[in-house]
Ligand binder design. Structure first.
Ligand code: NAD
Ligand code: IPM
Ligand code: MN
Length: 366
Protein backbone atom coordinates (compact mmCIF):
# COMPACT_ATOMS: atom_id res chain seq x y z
CA UNK A 1 0.00 0.00 0.00
CA UNK A 2 0.95 3.65 -0.41
CA UNK A 3 0.90 5.98 2.59
CA UNK A 4 1.99 9.51 3.32
CA UNK A 5 3.41 9.85 6.81
CA UNK A 6 4.29 13.24 8.25
CA UNK A 7 7.10 13.11 10.81
CA UNK A 8 7.49 15.77 13.50
CA UNK A 9 10.84 14.95 15.14
CA UNK A 10 10.67 18.03 17.39
CA UNK A 11 13.26 18.75 20.07
CA UNK A 12 15.79 17.06 22.35
CA UNK A 13 15.75 13.28 21.85
CA UNK A 14 12.71 13.64 19.57
CA UNK A 15 14.77 13.52 16.33
CA UNK A 16 16.86 10.60 17.66
CA UNK A 17 13.91 8.33 18.47
CA UNK A 18 11.91 9.41 15.41
CA UNK A 19 14.79 8.42 13.11
CA UNK A 20 14.71 4.96 14.69
CA UNK A 21 10.94 4.63 14.23
CA UNK A 22 11.23 5.71 10.59
CA UNK A 23 14.01 3.15 10.01
CA UNK A 24 11.70 0.43 11.34
CA UNK A 25 8.80 1.62 9.16
CA UNK A 26 11.15 1.57 6.16
CA UNK A 27 12.14 -2.00 7.02
CA UNK A 28 8.45 -2.92 7.22
CA UNK A 29 7.81 -1.28 3.83
CA UNK A 30 10.69 -3.15 2.19
CA UNK A 31 9.61 -6.47 3.70
CA UNK A 32 5.98 -6.15 2.58
CA UNK A 33 6.28 -4.11 -0.60
CA UNK A 34 4.61 -0.96 0.77
CA UNK A 35 5.50 2.56 -0.35
CA UNK A 36 5.67 4.93 2.62
CA UNK A 37 6.52 8.56 1.78
CA UNK A 38 7.90 10.48 4.76
CA UNK A 39 7.52 14.24 5.02
CA UNK A 40 9.46 15.84 7.90
CA UNK A 41 7.96 19.05 9.33
CA UNK A 42 8.75 21.36 12.22
CA UNK A 43 6.87 21.41 15.54
CA UNK A 44 7.77 22.83 18.93
CA UNK A 45 10.99 24.57 19.90
CA UNK A 46 12.69 23.98 16.54
CA UNK A 47 9.72 25.66 14.83
CA UNK A 48 9.88 28.62 17.23
CA UNK A 49 13.56 28.99 16.34
CA UNK A 50 12.88 28.75 12.61
CA UNK A 51 9.78 30.90 12.28
CA UNK A 52 8.65 32.18 15.67
CA UNK A 53 5.65 29.84 15.99
CA UNK A 54 5.47 26.36 17.55
CA UNK A 55 2.91 25.10 15.03
CA UNK A 56 3.64 26.67 11.62
CA UNK A 57 0.84 26.73 9.06
CA UNK A 58 2.90 24.51 6.72
CA UNK A 59 3.15 21.83 9.42
CA UNK A 60 -0.56 21.91 10.09
CA UNK A 61 -1.39 21.74 6.39
CA UNK A 62 0.94 18.75 5.88
CA UNK A 63 -0.60 16.91 8.86
CA UNK A 64 -4.14 17.62 7.73
CA UNK A 65 -3.30 16.00 4.39
CA UNK A 66 -1.42 12.96 5.74
CA UNK A 67 -2.44 9.36 6.34
CA UNK A 68 -0.71 9.44 9.72
CA UNK A 69 1.53 11.67 11.84
CA UNK A 70 4.54 10.39 13.79
CA UNK A 71 5.85 12.71 16.50
CA UNK A 72 9.04 12.57 18.59
CA UNK A 73 8.86 15.08 21.46
CA UNK A 74 8.82 18.83 21.94
CA UNK A 75 10.14 21.24 24.55
CA UNK A 76 13.25 21.84 26.58
CA UNK A 77 14.92 24.31 28.92
CA UNK A 78 15.81 26.61 26.06
CA UNK A 79 12.14 27.48 25.55
CA UNK A 80 10.98 27.21 29.17
CA UNK A 81 11.17 30.84 30.27
CA UNK A 82 7.84 31.37 32.14
CA UNK A 83 7.58 34.81 30.56
CA UNK A 84 7.98 33.53 26.99
CA UNK A 85 5.31 34.58 24.48
CA UNK A 86 5.18 31.15 22.87
CA UNK A 87 6.05 27.66 24.10
CA UNK A 88 6.80 24.42 22.24
CA UNK A 89 4.03 22.58 24.13
CA UNK A 90 1.44 24.99 22.67
CA UNK A 91 2.33 23.58 19.27
CA UNK A 92 1.60 20.04 20.41
CA UNK A 93 -1.70 20.98 22.05
CA UNK A 94 -2.70 23.01 18.99
CA UNK A 95 -1.96 20.04 16.76
CA UNK A 96 -3.98 17.62 18.90
CA UNK A 97 -6.93 20.03 18.84
CA UNK A 98 -6.64 20.71 15.09
CA UNK A 99 -6.53 16.99 14.26
CA UNK A 100 -9.44 16.35 16.64
CA UNK A 101 -7.64 13.42 18.27
CA UNK A 102 -9.66 13.25 21.46
CA UNK A 103 -8.78 9.69 22.52
CA UNK A 104 -5.20 8.99 23.55
CA UNK A 105 -4.48 5.27 23.91
CA UNK A 106 -1.50 4.41 26.09
CA UNK A 107 -1.05 0.64 26.27
CA UNK A 108 1.17 -0.83 28.93
CA UNK A 109 2.49 -4.37 29.19
CA UNK A 110 5.19 -5.64 31.45
CA UNK A 111 7.34 -7.88 29.28
CA UNK A 112 8.44 -10.99 31.16
CA UNK A 113 12.07 -10.23 30.40
CA UNK A 114 11.75 -6.84 32.10
CA UNK A 115 9.89 -7.85 35.25
CA UNK A 116 13.14 -7.87 37.19
CA UNK A 117 13.86 -4.35 35.98
CA UNK A 118 10.58 -2.94 37.33
CA UNK A 119 10.77 -0.93 40.56
CA UNK A 120 8.04 -3.27 41.85
CA UNK A 121 8.49 -6.89 42.89
CA UNK A 122 8.28 -9.46 40.05
CA UNK A 123 5.11 -11.06 41.36
CA UNK A 124 3.34 -7.72 41.50
CA UNK A 125 4.03 -6.76 37.88
CA UNK A 126 3.62 -10.24 36.38
CA UNK A 127 0.84 -10.19 33.81
CA UNK A 128 0.26 -6.44 33.76
CA UNK A 129 -1.58 -5.65 30.51
CA UNK A 130 -3.62 -2.47 30.56
CA UNK A 131 -4.52 0.48 28.33
CA UNK A 132 -5.16 4.04 29.38
CA UNK A 133 -7.74 5.91 27.35
CA UNK A 134 -6.86 9.50 28.15
CA UNK A 135 -9.20 12.31 27.04
CA UNK A 136 -6.86 14.52 25.03
CA UNK A 137 -8.55 17.67 23.76
CA UNK A 138 -10.43 19.03 26.78
CA UNK A 139 -10.15 19.80 30.48
CA UNK A 140 -7.71 22.17 32.13
CA UNK A 141 -5.33 21.94 29.16
CA UNK A 142 -7.78 23.78 26.94
CA UNK A 143 -9.84 25.88 29.37
CA UNK A 144 -9.63 29.64 29.71
CA UNK A 145 -6.40 30.76 31.35
CA UNK A 146 -6.00 33.91 33.40
CA UNK A 147 -3.05 35.54 35.02
CA UNK A 148 -2.57 38.78 36.91
CA UNK A 149 0.11 40.03 39.24
CA UNK A 150 -0.76 37.80 42.16
CA UNK A 151 -3.15 35.12 40.94
CA UNK A 152 -3.70 32.70 38.07
CA UNK A 153 -6.38 30.24 36.98
CA UNK A 154 -6.87 27.39 34.50
CA UNK A 155 -10.49 26.59 33.85
CA UNK A 156 -11.37 22.88 33.69
CA UNK A 157 -14.50 22.36 31.62
CA UNK A 158 -16.04 19.25 30.07
CA UNK A 159 -19.20 18.84 28.06
CA UNK A 160 -21.30 15.67 28.09
CA UNK A 161 -20.46 15.15 24.40
CA UNK A 162 -16.72 15.29 25.09
CA UNK A 163 -17.03 12.73 27.88
CA UNK A 164 -19.34 10.47 25.91
CA UNK A 165 -17.16 10.14 22.83
CA UNK A 166 -14.02 9.19 24.73
CA UNK A 167 -15.92 6.91 27.10
CA UNK A 168 -17.41 5.05 24.13
CA UNK A 169 -13.89 4.44 22.77
CA UNK A 170 -12.98 2.98 26.17
CA UNK A 171 -16.12 0.81 26.40
CA UNK A 172 -15.56 -0.56 22.87
CA UNK A 173 -11.94 -1.33 23.68
CA UNK A 174 -12.85 -3.03 26.97
CA UNK A 175 -15.44 -5.11 25.14
CA UNK A 176 -12.73 -6.46 22.82
CA UNK A 177 -10.26 -7.06 25.64
CA UNK A 178 -11.10 -8.51 29.07
CA UNK A 179 -14.40 -6.63 29.53
CA UNK A 180 -13.28 -4.52 32.48
CA UNK A 181 -13.37 -0.71 32.48
CA UNK A 182 -12.08 1.50 35.29
CA UNK A 183 -13.18 5.13 35.13
CA UNK A 184 -10.96 7.47 37.13
CA UNK A 185 -12.15 10.82 38.47
CA UNK A 186 -12.23 13.08 41.52
CA UNK A 187 -16.01 13.04 41.93
CA UNK A 188 -15.77 13.71 45.67
CA UNK A 189 -14.48 17.23 44.91
CA UNK A 190 -14.77 18.29 41.27
CA UNK A 191 -17.98 19.15 39.42
CA UNK A 192 -16.43 18.06 36.10
CA UNK A 193 -15.72 14.68 37.69
CA UNK A 194 -19.34 14.31 38.84
CA UNK A 195 -20.46 14.94 35.27
CA UNK A 196 -17.81 12.46 34.10
CA UNK A 197 -19.01 9.76 36.51
CA UNK A 198 -22.72 10.16 35.75
CA UNK A 199 -22.05 10.13 32.00
CA UNK A 200 -19.95 6.94 32.20
CA UNK A 201 -22.58 5.34 34.45
CA UNK A 202 -25.36 6.17 31.97
CA UNK A 203 -23.37 4.80 28.99
CA UNK A 204 -22.68 1.56 30.87
CA UNK A 205 -26.26 0.48 30.12
CA UNK A 206 -25.25 0.21 26.44
CA UNK A 207 -22.39 -2.15 27.34
CA UNK A 208 -23.84 -4.83 29.63
CA UNK A 209 -20.88 -7.08 28.82
CA UNK A 210 -18.42 -4.58 30.33
CA UNK A 211 -17.83 -4.49 34.09
CA UNK A 212 -17.44 -0.85 35.16
CA UNK A 213 -15.59 0.33 38.23
CA UNK A 214 -15.17 3.94 39.37
CA UNK A 215 -12.02 4.93 41.19
CA UNK A 216 -10.94 8.23 42.69
CA UNK A 217 -7.69 9.45 41.19
CA UNK A 218 -5.68 9.67 44.41
CA UNK A 219 -6.34 6.07 45.39
CA UNK A 220 -5.87 5.03 41.75
CA UNK A 221 -2.31 6.38 41.92
CA UNK A 222 -1.74 4.05 44.86
CA UNK A 223 -3.54 1.03 43.34
CA UNK A 224 -1.43 1.20 40.18
CA UNK A 225 1.50 0.38 42.43
CA UNK A 226 -0.17 -2.21 44.63
CA UNK A 227 -2.29 -4.20 42.14
CA UNK A 228 -1.51 -3.12 38.56
CA UNK A 229 -2.47 -6.52 37.11
CA UNK A 230 -6.08 -5.92 38.22
CA UNK A 231 -6.63 -3.33 35.46
CA UNK A 232 -7.70 -3.74 31.85
CA UNK A 233 -8.93 -0.43 30.33
CA UNK A 234 -8.64 2.79 32.35
CA UNK A 235 -10.50 5.86 31.09
CA UNK A 236 -9.88 9.29 32.51
CA UNK A 237 -9.71 13.01 31.81
CA UNK A 238 -6.73 14.78 30.27
CA UNK A 239 -4.61 15.81 33.26
CA UNK A 240 -5.23 12.70 35.37
CA UNK A 241 -4.35 10.54 32.34
CA UNK A 242 -1.13 12.44 31.75
CA UNK A 243 0.05 11.87 35.31
CA UNK A 244 -1.14 8.29 35.84
CA UNK A 245 0.29 7.04 32.54
CA UNK A 246 3.82 8.26 33.36
CA UNK A 247 3.50 6.56 36.75
CA UNK A 248 2.36 3.32 35.15
CA UNK A 249 5.08 3.47 32.47
CA UNK A 250 7.69 3.20 35.19
CA UNK A 251 6.18 -0.16 36.20
CA UNK A 252 7.11 -1.62 32.83
CA UNK A 253 10.73 -0.67 33.39
CA UNK A 254 11.04 2.77 31.81
CA UNK A 255 9.18 5.75 30.45
CA UNK A 256 11.22 5.23 27.27
CA UNK A 257 9.23 2.12 26.40
CA UNK A 258 5.67 3.48 26.32
CA UNK A 259 3.93 4.30 23.03
CA UNK A 260 0.71 6.15 22.33
CA UNK A 261 -1.91 6.57 19.64
CA UNK A 262 -4.11 9.67 19.53
CA UNK A 263 -7.28 9.01 17.58
CA UNK A 264 -10.40 10.86 16.55
CA UNK A 265 -13.12 10.59 13.98
CA UNK A 266 -10.69 10.59 11.04
CA UNK A 267 -8.40 7.71 10.13
CA UNK A 268 -5.33 9.94 10.37
CA UNK A 269 -3.97 9.57 13.89
CA UNK A 270 -1.10 11.12 15.80
CA UNK A 271 1.48 8.68 17.17
CA UNK A 272 4.07 9.53 19.78
CA UNK A 273 5.99 7.96 22.63
CA UNK A 274 4.64 9.23 25.96
CA UNK A 275 8.02 10.52 27.14
CA UNK A 276 9.31 14.03 26.57
CA UNK A 277 12.40 15.54 24.97
CA UNK A 278 14.69 14.28 27.79
CA UNK A 279 17.04 17.27 27.76
CA UNK A 280 19.34 15.49 30.23
CA UNK A 281 20.37 12.88 27.63
CA UNK A 282 19.61 14.67 24.34
CA UNK A 283 22.36 14.72 21.73
CA UNK A 284 24.20 11.67 23.05
CA UNK A 285 22.48 9.08 20.88
CA UNK A 286 21.57 6.96 23.91
CA UNK A 287 17.80 7.47 24.17
CA UNK A 288 15.60 4.39 24.23
CA UNK A 289 13.82 4.33 20.83
CA UNK A 290 11.38 1.53 21.72
CA UNK A 291 8.51 3.83 22.78
CA UNK A 292 8.77 5.57 19.40
CA UNK A 293 9.09 2.25 17.54
CA UNK A 294 6.03 0.84 19.33
CA UNK A 295 4.18 4.05 18.43
CA UNK A 296 5.03 3.30 14.78
CA UNK A 297 3.46 -0.15 15.31
CA UNK A 298 0.28 1.55 16.54
CA UNK A 299 0.39 3.77 13.44
CA UNK A 300 0.52 0.68 11.21
CA UNK A 301 -2.45 -0.81 13.08
CA UNK A 302 -4.77 2.16 13.53
CA UNK A 303 -4.15 4.50 10.60
CA UNK A 304 -2.91 2.13 7.89
CA UNK A 305 -4.90 -0.98 8.85
CA UNK A 306 -1.72 -3.11 8.68
CA UNK A 307 -2.36 -5.39 11.65
CA UNK A 308 0.06 -8.11 10.61
CA UNK A 309 2.89 -5.61 10.17
CA UNK A 310 2.07 -4.02 13.56
CA UNK A 311 2.23 -7.41 15.27
CA UNK A 312 5.57 -8.11 13.58
CA UNK A 313 7.07 -4.88 14.90
CA UNK A 314 5.76 -5.64 18.40
CA UNK A 315 7.20 -9.15 18.17
CA UNK A 316 10.57 -7.78 17.06
CA UNK A 317 10.60 -5.39 20.05
CA UNK A 318 9.64 -8.24 22.41
CA UNK A 319 12.48 -10.30 20.94
CA UNK A 320 15.01 -7.50 21.54
CA UNK A 321 13.73 -7.03 25.10
CA UNK A 322 14.18 -10.75 25.70
CA UNK A 323 17.64 -11.19 24.21
CA UNK A 324 19.14 -7.69 24.11
CA UNK A 325 20.75 -5.41 23.24
CA UNK A 326 19.16 -3.17 25.87
CA UNK A 327 19.28 0.62 26.11
CA UNK A 328 20.65 2.27 29.23
CA UNK A 329 17.31 3.12 30.85
CA UNK A 330 16.58 -0.63 30.84
CA UNK A 331 19.87 -1.53 32.47
CA UNK A 332 21.89 -2.15 29.29
CA UNK A 333 24.53 -0.11 27.50
CA UNK A 334 23.31 -0.10 23.89
CA UNK A 335 22.90 3.21 22.11
CA UNK A 336 19.81 4.25 20.12
CA UNK A 337 21.17 3.11 16.76
CA UNK A 338 22.18 -0.31 18.10
CA UNK A 339 18.74 -0.95 19.60
CA UNK A 340 17.08 0.18 16.38
CA UNK A 341 19.33 -2.07 14.25
CA UNK A 342 18.47 -5.01 16.52
CA UNK A 343 14.73 -4.41 16.05
CA UNK A 344 15.22 -4.23 12.26
CA UNK A 345 17.26 -7.45 12.33
CA UNK A 346 14.60 -9.23 14.41
CA UNK A 347 12.00 -8.01 11.95
CA UNK A 348 13.99 -9.31 9.00
CA UNK A 349 14.34 -12.66 10.73
CA UNK A 350 10.55 -12.70 10.98
CA UNK A 351 10.63 -13.44 14.65
CA UNK A 352 7.43 -14.15 16.51
CA UNK A 353 7.58 -13.90 20.27
CA UNK A 354 3.94 -14.86 20.36
CA UNK A 355 2.62 -14.41 23.86
CA UNK A 356 4.13 -10.98 24.27
CA UNK A 357 3.06 -9.45 21.06
CA UNK A 358 -0.38 -10.10 19.71
CA UNK A 359 -2.83 -7.28 19.41
CA UNK A 360 -2.40 -5.15 22.54
CA UNK A 361 -4.85 -2.51 21.37
CA UNK A 362 -7.55 -3.13 18.81
CA UNK A 363 -8.74 -0.57 16.34
CA UNK A 364 -11.36 1.47 18.07
CA UNK A 365 -12.02 4.95 16.71
CA UNK A 366 -13.55 6.34 13.59
P1 NAD B 1 10.95 13.59 29.97
O1 NAD B 1 9.98 12.53 29.65
O2 NAD B 1 11.56 14.32 28.83
O3 NAD B 1 12.14 12.94 30.84
C1 NAD B 1 11.93 12.37 32.14
C2 NAD B 1 13.12 11.41 32.45
O4 NAD B 1 12.96 10.23 31.66
C3 NAD B 1 14.48 12.00 32.12
O5 NAD B 1 15.43 11.56 33.08
C4 NAD B 1 14.80 11.39 30.76
O6 NAD B 1 16.17 11.24 30.49
C5 NAD B 1 14.10 10.03 30.84
N1 NAD B 1 13.66 9.59 29.52
C6 NAD B 1 12.58 10.05 28.85
N2 NAD B 1 12.50 9.45 27.65
C7 NAD B 1 13.54 8.61 27.57
C8 NAD B 1 13.99 7.70 26.56
N3 NAD B 1 13.34 7.55 25.39
N4 NAD B 1 15.12 7.01 26.80
C9 NAD B 1 15.77 7.13 27.96
N5 NAD B 1 15.39 7.95 28.96
C10 NAD B 1 14.28 8.69 28.75
O7 NAD B 1 10.23 14.61 30.97
P2 NAD B 1 10.68 16.06 31.49
O8 NAD B 1 12.15 16.08 31.71
O9 NAD B 1 9.77 16.36 32.57
O10 NAD B 1 10.31 17.04 30.27
C11 NAD B 1 11.28 17.56 29.35
C12 NAD B 1 10.56 18.34 28.26
O11 NAD B 1 9.79 17.45 27.47
C13 NAD B 1 9.59 19.40 28.78
O12 NAD B 1 9.76 20.55 28.00
C14 NAD B 1 8.22 18.80 28.55
O13 NAD B 1 7.22 19.75 28.31
C15 NAD B 1 8.47 17.99 27.30
N6 NAD B 1 7.56 16.87 27.10
C16 NAD B 1 7.15 16.68 25.82
C17 NAD B 1 6.33 15.61 25.52
C18 NAD B 1 5.88 15.42 24.12
O14 NAD B 1 6.37 16.08 23.23
N7 NAD B 1 4.95 14.53 23.84
C19 NAD B 1 5.96 14.70 26.54
C20 NAD B 1 6.42 14.93 27.84
C21 NAD B 1 7.23 16.02 28.11
C1 IPM C 1 2.40 14.16 27.08
C2 IPM C 1 3.08 15.45 27.47
C3 IPM C 1 2.24 16.63 27.04
C4 IPM C 1 0.91 16.57 27.80
C5 IPM C 1 2.87 18.03 27.24
C6 IPM C 1 4.24 18.12 26.63
C7 IPM C 1 1.99 19.10 26.68
O1 IPM C 1 3.35 15.46 28.84
O2 IPM C 1 2.16 13.97 25.88
O3 IPM C 1 2.14 13.34 27.94
O4 IPM C 1 0.84 16.97 28.97
O5 IPM C 1 -0.05 16.08 27.21
MN1 MN D 1 2.95 13.57 29.82
Amino acid sequence: MKARIVTLPGDGIGPEVTAAAVAVLEAVATRHGHAFAFDAQRLGGCAIDACGEPLPAATLAACADADAVLLGAVGGPRWSDPAARVRPEQGLLGLRAALGVYANLRPLRVHRALAAHSPLKDERVAGVDLVFVRELTGGAYFGRKQRDADSASDECRYSVAEIERVARVAFELARRRRGHLTSVDKANVLETSRLWRSTVTRLAADYPDVRVEHQLVDSMAMLLLTRPAHYDVIVTENLFGDILSDEAAALAGSLGLSPSASLGARRCGLYEPIHGSAPDIAGHGIANPLGAILSAALLLRHSLGLEREAVEVEAAVAQVLATGPRPRDLGGSADTATVCAAVCAALAAGTRAAAQCSDPVDSCCG
